[in-house]
Write a protein that binds this ligand. Structure first.
Ligand code: NAD
Length: 472
């Protein structure tokens, strides 16, 4: 975020402000809101790795926000500006997110102060393995207690290193693979995890556009098809969201902002080609067929139907909120709108689909991966062919009774494989969580409740109920 306004609360404070607004509207036992709000613990580990002829010291964090359910869950971020405030804010968001989408975890988050681009792959592997060791020996990585996943700056590769580090230390843990999610398929990953957060953004927007009152509240009309979308960040989340929305829902992605600037094309950007170009050239500058602007954040202020900040926190802040024109913001990143900006945008009638819902696709599919690892069997393995046999019998029966052959499309016959089950589970999760939020939002609009507050009301109540059951 450029030019931080002194009045801007920190990320952690922003989350607390949003939490407090909702908690104050709930009838909770005395002290419960405070118990839920605070992070239970934050570990700071400092460790040395001998690299390039000298000892380099690294600082990492793992914060556990709430253990009302275990294991706790949350990604590990590699970025040079990782700090305690940030990991605690992100861990808190994980608690609320998991409660909202009914994934049975408490919230956690981790981070390592490092710019991954500064290191060769083998160096990064040694650093990651050492960080993992520091967390494993404190049970801050453990299939029953604390299960990380990828976040900014990490992906399948890092998760595979972490899983292997765990297995080497806990050689007799038969559930070792469940110690981390977001792994490659060949070491226990699940189909559809890499794309899951972007896929969840797509499913979430589809569900929003199934709610006419909500569409009208944003001053929009019609369906998702043809909507003009601006995306910030073409990493894991932003790339998949932009790709699916443009390729499968006929949205026009008119601008994409990245680190080195933004590209604009009112006729729609080919997301796949831009991603390939970025992989080759390291940025978006020079991508053929698009206008380029060096001031990337300025495109967030352009006219569009849906703005998807998918890069980092505080992209929309006190300094630019009043210039944002999008009537609908889908918070694909965590904390992309500060508490101050949130207030300004709400005042302007902008509808914000909050991060704790918008990017919950990742943790939802992580949950499926963890369950798969604990059950030691791929989803669909037992029933797929049996389902096919049933379909074949049924279709044969229909053909016999009607005397008409069924269309020969094999799709009718197919049993569900792992990918289709994952997508079905994710779609169901995103639909039902949105329906709950929308119900509360519409029922209590007169009290000034927005979608974010609705999401907090639902999740805080669920966490409070869990604590109450535990005797607190
Ligand atoms: P990533 O590292 O894969 O991608 C981030 C992208 O943003 C990169 O392409 C980077 O170049 C770009 N970027 C960085 N700073 C920028 C800036 N100032 N302006 C424009 N672009 C910038 O990270 P990711 O996994 O896609 O995560 C992005 C956000 O989504 C984070 O807030 C993360 O916490 C959140 N999130 C990620 C997941 C997941 O499954 N990966 C799940 C939930 C939430």
């Amino acid at each position: 975020m450029d030019g931080v306004d002194a009045r801007e609360p920190s990320f952690r404070d922003s989350v607390d402000i949003m939490f407090n607004r909702a908690a104050g509207m709930l009838d909770l036992p005395s002290g419960m809101a405070e118990k839920i709000r605070v992070a239970n613990s934050t570990y700071i580990v400092r460790f040395g790795v001998k690299l390039r002829g000298e000892i380099k010291t690294f600082t990492g964090y793992r914060s556990v926000h709430s253990e009302h359910m275990e294991p706790v869950k949350g990604g590990i971020r590699f970025a040079d500006n990782v700090n305690q405030d940030e990991v605690e804010a992100l861990a808190a968001l994980m608690t609320y997110k998991c409660a909202l989408v009914e994934v049975p975890y408490g919230g956690s988050k981790g981070g390592l102060c490092i710019n991954p681009n500064d290191w060769e792959v083998d160096e990064l592997e040694r650093i990651t393995r050492r960080f993992a060791y520091e967390l494993i020996k404190r049970d801050l990585i453990n299939p029953a207690q604390n299960v990380p996943a990828p976040d900014m700056g990490t992906g399948e590769r890092e998760m595979a290193w972490i899983a292997d580090a765990y297995k080497r230390i806990k050689t007799d843990d038969i559930n070792a693979r469940a110690c981390v999610t977001g792994k490659p398929r060949n070491v226990g990953g699940i189909a559809g995890r890499t794309e899951a957060t972007g896929r969840g953004v797509q499913y979430g927007l589809r569900e929003f556009f199934r709610h006419p009152k909500d569409i009208a509240a944003a001053g929009l009309s019609g369906s998702l098809s043809g909507k003009r979308v601006i995306v910030q960040g073409l990493g894991n989340v932003g790339y998949h969201a932009a790709k699916f929305l443009s390729e499968e829902d006929d949205c026009l992605v008119t601008a994409i902002a990245e680190r080195d600037g933004a590209v604009i094309n009112e006729a729609g950007i080919n997301v796949e080609q831009l991603k390939e170009y970025m992989n080759e050239h390291g940025g978006v500058k020079g991508f053929p067929g698009c206008e380029y602007v060096e001031n990337g954040p300025s495109v967030l202020e352009s006219e569009c139907d849906i703005l998807i900040p998918a890069a980092m926190e505080a992209a929309i802040h006190l300094g630019n909120a009043d210039r944002i024109k999008a009537p609908l913001i889908m918070e694909a990143a965590n904390g992309p709108v500060t508490a101050g900006a949130d207030e300004i945008l709400r005042g302007k009638g902008c509808v914000i689909i909050p991060d704790m819902y918008a990017n919950a696709g990742g943790v939802t599919v992580s949950y499926f991966e963890w369950v798969k690892n604990l059950s030691h069997i791929r989803f669909g393995r037992m029933q797929r062919r049996q389902e096919e046999a049933w379909h074949e019998m049924l279709i044969g029966g229909i053909e016999e009774v009607t005397g008409t052959p069924f269309p020969s499309d094999k799709k009718y016959m197919e049993g569900a494989d792992e990918l289709s089950l994952v997508r079905s589970g994710l779609d169901d999760t995103m639909r039902s969580a949105y329906q709950q939020m929308s119900k509360v939002w519409n029922a209590r609009k007169d009290e000034g409740i927005d979608l974010r507050t609705a999401a907090y009301l639902i999740s805080i109540q669920k966490v409070a109920d869990s604590y109450a059951t535990l005797g607190l």
